[in-house]
Design a protein around this ligand. Structure first.
Ligand SMILES: Cc1cc2nc3c(=O)[nH]c(=O)nc-3n(C[C@H](O)[C@H](O)[C@H](O)COP(=O)(O)OP(=O)(O)OC[C@H]3O[C@@H](n4cnc5c(N)ncnc54)[C@H](O)[C@@H]3O)c2cc1C
Length: 366
């Protein structure tokens, strides 16, 4: 490996103090491990070969009531070591004991990198841990890398700094955030951005039952009742997303809902998505929003109807396998990110599409 000549007078340093491996918090989603945890374990596996050999291990952390049964699944999806913390009081997420648990695991396992999903819980948990461990946190990352970094101000060079990459300035730029000074190097990542590995049931790993040193105050909050939303919308799991923009108006969304219902009636896994302008106009609820401030999705087919293709929207759907755009403006930005484009009024295209789907047309997902 060669390094830039201009940095040659800056000494290489290793401030890890024994920290090795990549830790991923694996929260539960009901009685299952959240998809975001598998995605992060997948990405950690893709990155680990860039680390020193003794650091190429993925450490998952599982916390809750009777969660031991999920440990093997984490190993089958790429974890090497699973720390299991069980307690009847932790059936549901509770901030304080979870913070203490993860800090105790970090102090015990000493990972050089710690990853959390940028979910509601991950966003609650990760900054508290980072603040207590004085190690900084890069939020909402969409890419990771590991490699060379020279800090001329500190007169320090690092061979394997963790590069946490995230969109900035309204998604128009990508910022790379680096902090190999305090460990672990911590980041949250947007769910839906990374791919999980294929399940390998023959993979083996180590399961460690771990007892954190909870303080009395950790259980000061008593959870009286948990009310789960009956809404099963999960845009990240849909094979097909039909998304509407501001150009549709309220009536256009009625047509789009009809298309979604017809696709679903054919047995295909489809959900309704939307741009922020459509949400802001009140055509559809926020939970359908895709983009920088909505969900990140990667379905097999993404159909964008009357969406202009602003960078903030593209950020949330650009990884879709096939993108089909319908817009009456041939210069609309969405066509630059599409595999197929239909330049026409949606009122011409949607009724015909609905007719075809009702007649049995199924989208090819391959
Ligand atoms: C910090 C920040 C975060 C943001 N986050 C998001 C986000 O998460 N998601 C998001 O989507 N946006 C987000 N935005 C907003 C984004 O910049 C755009 O304003 C928004 O995506 C535009 O939505 P739109 O394409 O539906 O509306 P418009 O830009 O108004 O486009 C409407 C489109 O419909 C087409 N059209 C109109 N009538 C018809 C017709 N009859 N037939 C066919 N086509 C027609 C028009 O040609 C046009 O291209 C964010 C902005 C900022 C600053």
């Amino acid at each position: 490996m060669s390094y830039p000549e201009k940095d040659s007078k800056i000494p290489f340093v290793d401030l890890r103090d024994g920290a090795r491996g990549i830790m991923v918090w694996a929260p539960l989603d009901g009685d299952k491990i959240s998809e975001a945890a598998f995605e992060l374990i997948g990405e950690a596996n893709r990155q680990k070969s860039k680390l020193d050999e003794d650091s190429q291990k993925i450490i998952a952390v599982l916390i809750g009531k009777e969660v031991d049964k999920h440990a093997q699944e984490l190993i089958h999806y790429g974890a090497d070591i699973v720390y299991v913390i069980e307690d009847d009081r932790l059936e549901e997420y509770l901030t304080l004991p979870f913070v203490t648990s993860l800090i105790d695991v970090i102090n015990e396992a000493k990972p050089e990198i710690a990853l959390f999903a940028a979910s509601t819980l991950g966003r609650d948990l990760a900054p508290r841990i980072a603040a207590k461990m004085n190690c900084g946190l890069s939020a909402d990352c969409t890419e990771f890398d590991i490699g060379y970094y020279a800090n001329r101000k500190r007169n320090q060079r690092f061979k394997k700094a963790f590069k946490m990459i995230r969109p900035s300035f309204g998604e128009s730029k990508l910022a790379t955030i680096i902090g190999p000074f305090n460990y672990p190097q911590m980041a949250t990542a947007r769910p839906g951005v990374f791919r999980k590995l294929d399940k390998d049931s023959s993979r083996t790993g180590e399961v460690i039952k771990f007892q954190p040193k909870w303080q009395e105050g950790d259980f000061a909050v008593e959870l009286i009742e948990t009310v789960r939303s009956s809404d099963s919308l999960d845009l990240t799991k849909a094979d097909i997303i039909v998304a509407g923009g501001f150009g549709l108006g309220k009536e256009g969304f009625d047509m789009l809902n009809e298309l979604v219902a017809a696709i679903r009636a054919n047995g295909q896994n489809v959900e309704l998505g939307a741009s922020r302008a459509a949400v802001d106009a009140g055509f559809v609820e926020y939970k359908h929003q895709i983009g920088q401030t909505g969900k990140t999705v990667r379905p097999a087919i993404y159909i964008a109807v009357a969406i202009s293709g602003a960078v903030q929207h593209i950020a949330g759907m650009k990884e879709s396998a096939k993108i089909i755009a319908i817009n009456h403006d041939p210069s609309a930005n969405i066509f630059l990110s599409s595999d197929f484009g239909i330049v026409n009024d949606y009122q011409e295209v949607l009724p015909e599409l609905i007719k075809q789907v009702k007649a049995g047309y199924k989208f090819d997902l391959d």
